[in-house]
Design a protein around this ligand. Structure first.
Ligand code: PRX
Length: 658
């Protein structure tokens, strides 16, 4: 295997197989360094001297404030408030100020629909639509502090809806369009949202998927929704409830064109975003305005080495996830960048759709998930090779650990062995990127997220909380950061318990990590009962609850097992009620109906019993071992050891349901 260190990040023409060695290093390419915003360590040095002062400088430089703050950070563990006393309007920062600076004709959004339709939205057009829709929301009774639910496909109206809420000080709660009506209802109820913004349907895999019927079903089991706004996108027939439902285009056409952007407190709630935890109930993660926008703007600018005049930025995440919030909408628009927004799947009409889009819009910065990269690997290097990808400059990944082979494939086949890769670690809770290389400054290693960004302090600690210098442990964050979550909606106890109780004075991220001899961080995945399937967090408990809600199911245990394609796959062990029989497919569909297709178990094993300790706890470790085909370790604590033999026999006999 080759051991050379490549100048210019040039793979030297070696094959992928030969590049597998993890000790290879890739210094910033010379052509990137020439124009890079950061090449040395000055940002790190400045932040190390005074992290709060560093963030205050970023807040002042990157954003417009109506009133400057009195205090940079008020830190009362586990709560932080940033830029206390300052006021700003998030929508003004993402839209108005760019138009006011004469950049109204600049493209904000290049929208590509899955069927091939396109729409270009300039900053001036975005401003017009955001103002009108903000007025429409006000006319529907939405006030500052209210919550608005958004359940939309990946269309420009999703960004408009988020920005319109921000403009009037209302908080949005976006629910991924792939979630079921039940999941939507739970989130609406928890947030007590007043208005729901949805669409008739959207395009996916060459078909129209209806959203409005699911939205109707959800609203039927909620009591707070007063109005439903419906964007026409799928063209499918929908029923409109008189007085409650309104067409988006009619509201926007009728609304007053001017809606002044009043300033709100830096700590005004900007959004709730629900994410899975180790118990069944999703957590409404709270993010506020000034600190959040500062850090997403900062990270978007420096992690991707943004040159907003010339760059075309494409983050492939859906707005239903935090990545879509921070790097489709808020970060890029705060920085006045041009983004690509794509509605559909990567394999419609062909497996080269993403690369066709990169070529068509001249994408310069591309940000996606390792699970997508592994899928592209499976489809073969000939797909990207059909297109001219020479516009690309920086490419990134997020959502799960990227294995070195996938990193190398990305480097060679998408990055043309010339683009730096930024492997970015962060979470819904952190709001913005925390650990990542900087393209012009950091020597990368395939599979390592490298170092905490300037202004961020991360430490790997052992079981007892002592810092680890070399080796494995648990990832913790030791200083508050501007875009940190402000809590869990309606559940301060759970906030403290989940993130701040395992180690005193530290935020525990729930991830394992190791530090190598050079101080590089390698993320090792979740250490709790949260699975990471295709970069999406799903709790084992939630899937178990969904299974058990089927009338024929008595008990269920769910584990995440390593999967070459999706990172982890959901494996369920199900015990049926006495005498009952049910097709596996029906159970999988039941989970899809309860939570959404993304939570469908890949494999379900029916078993007469589950392995339990004598105190009745399900031994998941054993089930994970079975699912991953490992030899079982210690089974002496089992109440009934024969159960495991039976499960292993069934696992060997049952064909995987995929
Ligand atoms: O386990 C880590 C993994 O994704 C989790 C956060 O998931 P979520 O809140 O859904 O946000 C995903 C997008 C920010 C983390 O706890 N994760 C995220 N990025 C990486 C990662 N694991 C390894 N490397 C990464 N770059």
């Amino acid at each position: 295997m080759s051991e050379q260190t490549t100048e210019d990040g040039d793979g030297g023409g070696a094959t992928i197989d030969a590049l597998l060695a993890e000790h290879r290093t890739f210094p910033p390419p010379a052509w990137i360094k020439k124009e890079a915003l950061v090449t040395g360590t000055f940002l790190y040095d400045e932040a190390a001297r005074d992290d709060q002062g560093f963030w205050a400088r970023q807040a002042g430089e990157l954003l417009d404030w109506e009133r400057e703050w009195d205090t940079i950070c008020d830190w009362q563990l586990p709560y932080s408030r940033w830029f206390v006393g300052g006021t700003l309007n998030v929508a003004h920062n993402c839209v108005d100020r760019h138009v006011a600076a004469g950049r109204g004709d600049k493209v904000a959004i290049h929208f590509e629909g899955e069927p091939g339709d396109e729409r270009t939205v300039t900053y001036a057009e975005l401003l017009d639509e955001v103002q009108r829709f903000a007025n429409a929301l006000k006319d529907l009774g939405v006030q500052a502090g209210d919550r608005v639910n958004i359940y939309l496909p990946m269309i420009p109206e999703a960004a408009v809806a988020m920005l319109a809420c921000a403009r009037i000080g209302a908080a949005h709660s976006v629910v991924f369009g792939g979630f079921s009506s039940q999941a939507l209802a739970d989130r609406i109820n928890d947030a007590e949202a007043k208005v729901l913004i949805t669409a008739d349907g959207g395009h996916r895999r060459g078909e129209v998927f209806p959203l409005k019927p699911a939205a109707d079903e959800a609203v039927a089991s909620t009591s707070t929704i007063e109005h439903v706004v419906v964007v026409r996108r799928g063209g499918n027939d929908v029923e409109m409830v008189d007085g409650r439902d309104h067409w988006y285009h009619e509201l926007v056409a009728a609304a007053a064109p001017d809606c002044p952007a009043a300033a709100f407190d830096a700590e005004q709630l900007l959004f709730l975003l629900y994410t899975s935890g180790t118990t069944g109930k999703p957590k409404g993660i709270m993010h506020t305005s000034g600190g959040y926008l500062t850090q997403v703007a900062f990270t978007h600018k420096y992690v991707f080495d943004l040159h907003p005049e010339t760059d075309v930025f494409w983050c492939t995440a859906d707005v239903g996830w935090v990545t879509g919030h921070s790097y489709v909408v808020y970060g890029p628009l705060a920085n006045g960048a041009s983004i690509v927004m794509y509605e559909g799947v990567p394999n419609h009409p062909g497996n080269d759709r993403f690369w066709a889009i990169v070529e068509k819009y001249g994408v310069t910065i591309f940000y996606t998930a390792p699970t997508a990269i592994r899928t592209f690997m499976k489809w073969g290097a000939e797909e990207p090779a059909k297109h001219d990808l020479s516009s690309l400059r920086v490419i990134g990944t997020v959502g799960e650990p990227i294995n070195p082979e996938a990193w190398m494939w990305y480097h060679v086949n998408i990055g043309g062995e010339r683009c730096p890769i930024v492997d970015t670690w962060w979470q819904t809770e952190t709001g913005a990127i925390m650990i990542s290389p900087l393209p012009g400054a950091t020597t990368t290693k395939p599979g390592s997220a490298t170092f905490p960004l300037p202004g961020i302090t991360a430490e790997v600690v052992d079981e007892a909380g002592a810092p680890v210098t070399v080796g494995g442990g648990y990832l913790t964050l030791t200083r508050p950061w501007p875009s940190m979550l402000r809590g869990i909606w309606g559940d301060p106890e759970r906030y403290r318990e989940t993130y701040w109780s395992r180690y005193p004075d530290r935020y525990f991220a729930g991830d394992g990590a190791k530090l190598d001899e050079d101080g590089y961080l390698w993320l090792l995945g979740r250490v709790d009962d949260v699975m990471n399937v295709s970069g999406h967090r799903i709790s084992t408990t939630e899937v178990e609850s969904a299974l058990v809600s089927h009338p024929k199911v008595a008990e269920a245990a769910v584990v995440g097992a390593s999967d070459a394609m999706t990172g982890q796959a959901i494996i369920a062990y199900v015990t049926l009620r006495g005498g009952a029989d049910v097709p596996i497919g029906e159970l999988r569909e039941h989970v899809a109906k309860e939570i959404g297709s993304l939570a469908k178990p890949k494999t379900i094993y029916l078993t007469p019993d589950l392995p339990k300790t004598r105190s009745g706890k399900i031994m998941r470790r054993l089930l994970r071992d079975v699912a991953e085909g490992r030899n079982l370790g210690d089974t002496t604590t089992l109440a009934d050891a024969s159960v495991v033999d039976e499960i292993q026999r069934r696992a060997a006999d049952t064909p995987a349901e995929g």
